[in-house]
Ligand binder design. Structure first.
Ligand code: NAD
Length: 418
């Protein structure tokens, strides 16, 4: 994985590229390239052995022109101010391309959660929730899970917030467990949008998804669900990887059994239906019809992009291609469905969760999946319209053209404030 590209610079170059096709002043574009504010805070908690430890944490509120800030909270050693700023910007354009009435935010704490006990993580999460309390709320900023956080952490944040505010406000956070006001379909939503978008792209490109070969990099929540659903659509998953390495079988394998193997052993590596163990880079460069990067940012850099052989890429991860890699893939005519659309299922069902929380009325899984299908298909159609109208050669630019215009319109309609 390349660490060369600064994700915040990647975001800004994507905005600049799209801005060349938009009739929006440079001054407005400048505003749309920076977060409105970033909280940087130090959290000190007591470890189980009685010693104290300090952790740095961030929350970036990028843009609220279209609605409350929305975005996950990540626990990872590589969390940084720039990463959080970039991710909050991507959230802004993600909620805009799928046209849900929310803005963009993102947060994170620098730590490796594997090094801490559950009670230490609970104290840390509650401490962060206490810091976040004045800036979050169902009409202000609605956090959600991201890498290494899930329902457990969301439930702790909700409970801390509601206790301090002396209220019940389940819509303050999404990605909750069902019993705490979560939504049906949320766990599968990101993988689901990744494959709906891939299906639409195959249709647009007149390619057959039935029998198409698929490689999936990263076999966590987003990756493995995408593998399972694309298999159900008739495609053949031939390769997968996680942080320990990759597996390959040119005839395909059962993605659910590969996940069971990972659950039992900690990795897909060693799964019995695999013919060959391959490296992570080899998974990314296999000659397949569809590649699904579903790990972290910057997985594919310029050099690796030169070896990518897939025809279509559906970005389950956020920012898996560096801008230089994007250029190379454009030259090679690879159709890249950008992260802000491909993985928008997560935030879309988070939005449905928020709507259900506010109405105190809960939907069936079938309804959630149907509504998600409509949102992703409509977003893909809007992307294609901008792609064709502007004679673009990169679907990512088309997505940003649509999304930036929507945010700029909301800003313009609000008028100015001193
Ligand atoms: P996760 O922690 O469940 O899974 C991450 C997976 O990536 C793990 O299998 C891990 O082993 C693997 N991985 C890590 N480094 C790797 C490497 N170098 N090569 C190959 N595999 C590697 O996380 P997730 O929730 O699936 O998120 C994955 C990506 O999808 C992130 O970029 C995240 O921001 C994005 N995303 C997730 C959601 C969601 O709802 N889960 C929503 C939108 C975007």
């Amino acid at each position: 994985m390349s660490q060369e590209a600064n994700p915040f610079e990647s975001l800004q170059s994507q905005i600049d590229e799209a801005a060349t096709y938009l009739d929006i002043g440079d001054d407005v574009i400048e505003r749309l390239k920076y977060p409105e504010r970033v909280l940087e805070t130090n959290l000190t908690i007591e470890r189980d052995d009685g010693t104290l430890e300090r952790f740095k944490a961030f929350r970036s509120q990028f843009n609220g022109d279209r609605g409350p800030y929305k975005g996950g909270i990540r626990y990872h050693p590589q969390v940084s101010r720039d990463e959080v700023r970039a991710l909050s910007g991507w959230m802004t354009y993600k909620t805009a391309i799928v046209d849900i009435p929310l803005g963009g935010g993102k947060g994170g704490i620098i730590l490796d959660p594997d090094d801490y006990s559950e009670s230490e993580l609970e104290r840390l999460t509650r401490s962060f929730a206490k810091e976040l309390r004045p800036m979050i709320g169902e009409d202000r900023d609605v956090p959600a899970p991201d890498v290494n956080t899930g329902q457990r952490e969301m439930n702790w944040i909700k409970d801390t917030y509601e206790t301090l505010e002396n209220t019940t406000e389940p819509g303050v956070i999404t990605g909750k467990a069902l019993d705490s006001g979560g939504s049906e379909g949320r766990v599968e939503a990101t993988g689901r949008s990744t494959v709906i978008a891939a299906r639409e792209a195959f249709d647009y490109l007149d390619k057959d998804l039935e029998g198409a070969t698929v490689a999936v990099q990263g076999y966590g929540n987003a990756g493995w669900i995408a593998a399972k659903l694309i298999d159900e659509m008739g495609a053949t998953v031939v390769a997968a990887s996680d942080s320990s390495g990759g597996i390959y079988n040119p005839d395909g394998f059962d993605p659910v059994a590969a996940k069971d193997h990972k659950n039992e052993t900690g990795s897909v590596v060693g799964y019995e239906e695999s013919e060959e163990e391959i490296t992570n880079d080899e998974v990314l460069t296999l000659d397949v019809d569809l590649l699904i990067p579903a790990a972290l940012e910057n997985a594919v850099d310029e050099d690796l992009a030169a070896d990518v052989s897939a025809d279509v890429i559906s970005e389950a991860a956020n920012g898996p291609l560096t801008p230089a890699a994007d250029e190379v893939l454009k030259e090679k005519d690879v159709f890249v469905i950008p992260d802000i659309l491909a993985n928008a299922g997560g935030v879309t069902v988070s939005y449905f969760e928020w709507v259900q929380n506010r109405q105190r009325f809960y939907w069936s899984e079938e309804r959630v999946n149907e509504e998600l299908e409509t949102v992703i298909v409509d977003a893909f159609d809007a992307l294609v319209e901008a792609y064709e109208e502007n004679d673009l050669d990169n679907p990512r630019t088309a997505a940003y053209v649509v999304a930036i215009q929507r945010v700029a319109d909301a800003f313009a309609e609000a008028g100015s404030w001193p």
